[in-house]
Design a protein. Sequence first.
Length: 254
Amino acid sequence: MTRRRRIYEGKAKVLFEGPEPGTLVQYFKDDATAFNNQKKGVITGKGVLNNRISEYLMSRLSEIGVPTHFMRRLNMREQLVREVEIIPIEVVVRNVAAGSLSRRFGIPEGTPLPRSIIEYYYKSDELNDPMVSEEHITAFGWAAPQDLDDMVALSLRVNDYLSGLFLGIGLKLVDFKLEFGRLWENEEMRIVLADEISPDNCRLWDVKTNEKLDKDRFRQDLGRVEEAYQEVARRLGILPEGGPSDVKGPKTIQ
Ligand code: UDP
């Protein structure tokens, strides 16, 4: 018996109707998928950790003026978010070559990029999320030129802020994926950050050892997947050791 209406079920999250109009409850699952659903698995505790990690990062971003859909965490696996109209584009920001960029251009993983690179992918499981250009996005009406300008400006701010935040805890932000939505307030529309920010959609490497502390451990069968997500939360100072009241701030690494 479910109390709430299920609005949407994705690979890693479920969206339920929220308590007030214009809100949704975002439930974080332990399910993990990779390679467009060809690889499936469970990362025990991932949902709990991603809920906390995303809460933490979205809250910090909100404090520096980045608008987000996040309202508040409700419990271990759920957060309350504003209902937005999701723009069907994944914005990937890259600082260091890895993953599909390394494969596509034959650039060894770990090569620093001369400047941050932004890429767009059209969200479509049937089409395997094809890479698209600004021309495709505006011509096919997925986002207006002004929406796209806002998405790029916000993505670069997120990159600058999170690169510094992670560096402070000994992690290199190699690349990450963001999603945006349209938030309607009266007759006004704003582009806001949506979805989640977690080791599911960021590549995070230890600064000293280059050890991968993200979903690549699952994609590439590197083992110690749960431990990697825990380590990110621990370094952010949000892994409760003696219960929820035992949350400390980030531990800065020299
Ligand atoms: N990413 C994501 N969802 C996707 C595709 C990519 O969250 O559907 C993230 C991924 O975790 C990485 C970044 O976007 O941090 C760049 O991924 P890439 O294009 O290298 O794809 P992959 O190597 O995962 O195929």
